[in-house]
Each structure stands twice: as C-alpha cells, then as structure tokens.
Write a protein that binds this ligand. Structure first.
Ligand SMILES: *[C@@H]1O[C@H](CO)[C@@H](O)[C@H](O)[C@H]1NC(C)=O
Ligand SMILES: *[C@@H]1O[C@H](CO)[C@@H](O)[C@H](O)[C@H]1NC(C)=O
Ligand SMILES: *[C@@H]1O[C@H](CO)[C@@H](O)[C@H](O)[C@H]1NC(C)=O
Ligand SMILES: *[C@@H]1O[C@H](CO)[C@@H](O)[C@H](O)[C@H]1NC(C)=O
Ligand SMILES: *[C@@H]1O[C@H](CO)[C@@H](O)[C@H](O)[C@H]1NC(C)=O
Length: 607
C-alpha cells in the first residue's frame, strides 16, 4: 500500500478549474481547485406545485462535478453564504464520501469530530490527496438533512487513459471516432453519471425538526426520486414552459458506455435499470471488480457502481427507472425516470455551429422531455430474492486481499435498538448510546483536542465488557494497524418490521466477511466466513433477516428487541484519525445510529 508521505516527492502542477489540462507522466500530479458557495434558494426540481427553500452549492443541484486523476490533490474552498445565524441549521460541513483521507483526517468534513461546522459568513478549505483510490465517489453535506440538496459527484480517473476531458480535446475533432477510454482491463467509448437522490415536499429544516421531535412516528417516503437532480412529479399537467423535464443521456449506437451510478439518497434503497440494456458491474465503491452482468442494480444510500452498457439496440429512447427496494408496505414504483437516447453519429465538420457534447455525441438544443419514453425496464421484486442481493457473487478484480484470511485482533459488536424515549422522541441507540454532536465537546472537535494535546489518550483498548467503547472518551479507540472485525447488528420488536441499514465507514473501506440472520453470538457465529471473495467497499447493507425462533422464549412472547440480521465487516486500522461509522440512512444517523472510531490518535498528522 502506498503511504501518503512517499508521494510527497511528486511534482505538482497548479491549475485552475475549467481549463483543459494535459498531464504527460504518471509522476505528475495536479492540484484541482474548486470553490463552493453555499446559498439558499427556492427550488422545484420535480416540476410539481411545491417549492421549498433549500441550500445549494453554486446554485446547482447536483453540485459541480469534481474530477481528478488518482494521486491529484483536491482543494475545495467552501463559503457559507447563508445569512441566518440563529440556529445550527445554517451551519455547513461537507464530507467527501469514500475518499479515505490518508493523512488528512482534518478534511473529512464531520462536524465536532474533525472540524467545527462552518458558520454563516465563514469559509473553510478542505485539501486532500487522492491516494491509491480511483473510481466513483461523491460529496454531501454532513449536517442535518442538508444532503437532500447539497451533494455532487466526485470522479477519480485511474489515469489519463480513463479521463474523458483530456482525450476528447486530443483526438480528432473531425470525426465521431475517439480513442477508447480505459480503466484497468476495461475499455469504453464514453461515460455518464446518474446520481440518485430524493425530494420531499417539505422544507428540509422542518422535516429534520419532525424527525427529531416528539411527533415522529415513521419516516415518510420521498415525494420524488431524482436522477441527476430532476424528474417529473406529475406529467399530466406539465407544460414545457414550466418544467425542465427528465434528464436525457445521449449515446451513439454500437458503443460501450460506463455509467457511474451514485446513491446520493437520504433514506430509501433503490433498484436501478435501463430498459432493454444489461448492466455489467465493473466497479463498486471505488474498487474494480470482475465483470458481473445484471439487469438491475440495488443502490443503497451512499453506494456507487460503475456498469458497462452496450448500445446494441435500435435507435430509440429508452427509459432509465428506479423502484423502491426493502420497502415493506409502500409501493415499489417511483417517479424517478431519466432517458437513454440513441443518436445518429454526425461529423462535427458538417455541423460547425453545433457544440460537441462529451466525446462525439452532438447535443442538439431540443425541447425538454416531459413525457417518459414508452420502453420501460422490467424489475424483479427484491424480497423474492434471497437477502444479500448479489453481494456473495462479486469478486475483486485483482484477487482477494490476504488480510481477509488473517485472524482479527478482536470483534466489536455494534447493536442498534430504536427506543421511544419518555419525552416522546425516538432515538437509535448503538450499544445503549445514541450519538449526538455533544460526543465531541461541542466547543472543540475531538480532532482539535487531540492535535492540541488537550485530550486524554485512550488507555484501555480491549474493554470487553463495553465491546470496545470507551465511556470516558465516548469513542471506540483502535490501535495502530490492528485488524478489527465489526459486527453490525440490527434489531426489531418481534412482529414489527425489520429495517435495512446501509452502514458506512469513514477513513476506511472494509471487507464484509460474513453475515447471518437473527442475533450474532460470538460462540456460535464467530467462525462463520460465508462470503468467499470479499470485495472492498465503504457501504455494507445490513439486510433484514429475521429469525422467528427468537420471537418466544420458554413459550412466552418476547417483548424486548431481538436481533434481525447482522453483517461482519473488517477494517485494518492503517489510517490514524477520528472516523465516523454510521448508518447512511440519514434520518437513522441523525437519530443516533453512529459511532466514532478513535484510531491511533497519537499518530494523527497535523494539517
Ligand atoms: C462565490 O462567491 C464569490 C463572492 O463571495 C465570487 O467571487 C465567486 O465567483 C463565487 N464562486 C462561484 C463558483 O460561484
Ligand atoms: C480532419 O479532416 C480534415 C479534412 O477531412 C483532414 O484533412 C484532417 O487530416 C483531419 N484531421 C484529423 C486529426 O483527423
Ligand atoms: C450496429 O451494428 C450492427 C452490426 O454491425 C448493425 O447491423 C446495426 O445497424 C448497427 N446499429 C446502428 C443503430 O447503427
Ligand atoms: C441480458 O443478459 C441475459 C443473461 O445473460 C441475456 O439472456 C439477455 O439476452 C441480455 N439482454 C440484453 C438486452 O442484452
Ligand atoms: C486547537 O487546534 C485547532 C486547530 O488544530 C485550533 O484552531 C484551536 O484554536 C486550538 N484550540 C485551542 C484551545 O488551543
């Protein structure tokens, strides 16, 4: 593994955003500058009757796409230009999701763990090098429900050979033939991003107050699911004058495209499919995998996939659609639609007045599409498949990492239970503790106290009775380079629904090495390794996997929460820092389903 400090000798080329760049040699790395102004806007992205005041980056949703090559430095200046100062709702912090932040814990964007939230009128710089990682990432706000609208893609190209910006300026502008892009052994003609998000017809701040308050009963489904920030809520009364319509992704026939699908959703896990096109998965969460062909993806909040799509159908418009998965009693269809549109190849020479879109597809100025194409994908029902979708089938492209076969130094079990508290609120407690921002000191982030040496160092690493939790530090301390298995256990009241939980690890990708039904016990389940070829990822879905045997005990109905599914993930503590680990269903996280790892704090580097 390349350590960050061995890369410091590289030559950096400083460059402004928007300028076309050429980087010749592998040893040349670049600093990519971005500027994010966070401001308030009223938007109506699904063309409904409803408009909400929300926060946006540079007035856009999705926010600007960050692109870089592996090894580059990303420098983001974030300005909080919101005017209100009364509550924490207007504080801002941005997390670069999936970026491991080797040696740059201070750029991880988690308020009170790694930084103070950015107050209205303030600005903050996050600068980090993308070390040993390439693929599909995104960024999102890490405060309240702001991430409903504050998010955008972050794409790291494996090398120049995968970077479409550069090749499109180099190869002949005459023709529609371009050099293929390549990433690892994969080769494709062009790429598209499909970033999925949700939109509620209520202002995010009011929604957050509802979740956290005593009126909360259950989480309402989003009114719309957006693809690249848009969809149509109701096509019946839509007029072109009023609506942006569906997002249209253009392709040429008989080519191969890489689609980067990003789950920037707040709440629901979604199925994703393109009518009449198979999807060959080649990347999950920033790691290449052996090609595996499906006709639909399951995309949990925080997850990313790259799929190869062959445009081998006749010239037409095909709908790209999403459905709800793991949704129990709500309907599966959503209004989340985009359009895959085949276009005739045309030489740019014959149309000098037309702008060239990405790599040879001419983008005509054409009316927005406010009616979906008539060709729809067919979805299978998630619940009819075994839980775990296809996760057991995927394999790392370059072989299984030997670390997954080694013994772990210990196992930490994180058992989540939702509690209805005496004050009427609902909180998810993990090992009895619901995370709040006061877990940092609320005055100074934990990281600052560590760097200023005003925080006690962890003394006890193997406190078995607390499962690794240090009640004084209110974190889970890890030793440098230990291999730690974390069992994420979900629970429910017998007879009530068991929920799915996509858990995310900051600072680390992890291997899911085992999973099972009901309640994990070390004696019975400690040796289970039922995933043959674990892949590295930064989200693992804990699937509902109920064990009916737990519903009664000695003939009596059980009245306390019982386990209803678990996954065991493994990390190597190779990245000193204060790292959040949490359910990426954001309402669950806000209600407490989060912990902080305090990893080798004595070794954390200063910014
Ligand atoms: C952000 O706001 C500043 C003024 O505060 C302005 O100079 C700058 O151009 C804005 N940047 C973007 C990307 O909109
Ligand atoms: C572009 O087309 C012109 C005219 O057909 C030709 O002379 C030239 O060589 C072409 N350039 C490239 C880079 O293919
Ligand atoms: C794609 O290629 C096939 C076989 O070469 C050809 O028959 C077909 O017409 C092509 N499709 C389009 C839309 O050009
Ligand atoms: C998708 O893959 C399946 C199974 O490999 C195959 O039977 C089917 O024809 C493919 N569909 C398309 C549209 O290529
Ligand atoms: C602690 O460190 C941070 C930055 O590392 C600094 O901004 C802060 O003022 C320091 N606080 C104290 C009390 O020294």
């Amino acid at each position: 593994m390349i350590r960050w400090n061995t890369l410091l000798g590289f030559f950096y080329l400083v460059l402004c955003v928007g300028k076309i760049i050429r980087a010749e040699a592998i040893t040349e790395s670049i600093t990519r500058y971005y500027e994010f102004n966070v401001t308030q806007h009223s938007i109506n992205p699904d063309c409904s009757e409803h408009t909400s005041p929300v926060f946006l980056i540079n007035g856009q949703m999705p926010g600007p796409t960050i692109t870089a090559n592996q090894g580059d430095i990303i420098h983001v200046l974030i300005r909080n230009k919101l005017s209100e100062v009364d509550t924490h709702h207007h504080d801002v912090a941005i997390h670069f999701h999936g970026i491991r932040q080797y040696g740059s814990n201070h750029a991880d964007g988690v308020p009170f763990l790694t930084q103070l939230p950015i107050r209205p009128g303030q600005e903050f710089v996050q600068e980090f090098r993308v070390i040993n990682q390439a693929g599909t990432f995104f960024y999102h706000a890490h405060v309240g429900l702001q991430e409903e609208t504050v998010f955008g893609p972050l794409i790291v190209y494996e090398s120049q050979a995968a970077n479409p910006e550069i090749l499109s300026t180099e190869s002949s502008t005459n023709s529609t033939e371009f050099l293929p892009l390549t990433a690892g052994p994969f080769s494709y003609h062009d790429e598209h991003v499909a970033i999925l998000s949700e939109w509620w017809h209520r202002p995010p701040i009011e929604f957050e107050n509802f979740l956290m308050g005593s009126k909360f009963k259950f989480l309402p489904e989003a009114d719309s699911v957006l693809i690249n920030g848009r969809t149509m809520h109701d096509t019946r009364h839509a007029t072109l004058a009023k609506c942006g319509g569906y997002d249209v992704m253009t392709v040429l026939p008989n080519k191969t495209y890489r689609f980067r699908v990003i789950g920037a959703t707040t709440f629901r896990t979604l199925g994703f499919a393109i009518a009449r096109h198979n999807l060959t998965i080649i990347e999950v969460d920033g790691e290449l995998v052996k090609p595996y062909t499906v006709n639909q993806l399951e995309v949990a909040p925080g997850q990313r996939f790259s799929v190869l799509v062959h445009t081998d159908q006749v010239l037409d418009d095909y709908s790209i659609r999403v459905v709800r998965r793991w949704s129990d009693d709500v309907g599966r269809p959503t209004n989340g639609i985009a359009v895959l549109q085949y276009q005739q190849p045309i030489s740019r020479l014959n149309h000098p007045s037309l702008g060239v879109g990405s790599r040879g597809v001419l983008r005509f100025k054409r009316p927005a599409m406010i009616q979906p194409p008539s060709i729809h994908p067919v979805f299978e029902k998630a619940e009819l498949e075994a839980p775990y979708w296809i996760w057991q089938e995927l394999e790392p492209l370059y072989g299984v990492d030997p670390t997954v076969r080694k013994p772990a130094s210990r196992t930490i079990k994180l058992r989540s239970v939702d509690r209805h508290l005496p004050d009427g609120t609902t909180r998810w407690q993990v090992n009895g503790v619901a995370y709040t921002e006061e877990m940092g000191s609320k005055q100074q982030p934990i990281l600052y106290n560590v760097l200023n040496k005003t925080r006690q160092l962890p003394g006890r690493y193997n406190t078995a009775h607390t499962n690794g939790y240090d009640p004084n530090l209110r974190t889970y301390p890890l030793k440098h380079f230990e291999i730690v298995d974390i069992v994420i256990q979900t629970t429910h009241m017998p007879g009530e629904p068991c929920r799915s939980h996509p858990w995310h690890t900051h600072g680390h990708s992890h291997w899911e090495i085992a999973n099972g039904k009901g309640e994990y016990t070390e004696e019975r389940d400690g040796k289970i390794r039922n995933i043959n070829t674990p892949i590295l990822k930064d989200i693992t879905m804990i699937y509902p996997n109920v064990d009916p045997d737990l519903f009664t005990k000695d003939g009596e109905k059980v009245t306390s929460p019982v386990g209803c599914g678990w996954s065991k993930i493994r990390i190597v503590a190779d990245n000193p820092g204060i790292w959040a680990v949490h359910c990426h269903n954001t309402p669950h996280m806000l209600m407490g389903m989060m912990v902080a790892l305090e990893e080798a704090p004595e070794l954390i580097s200063r910014p």
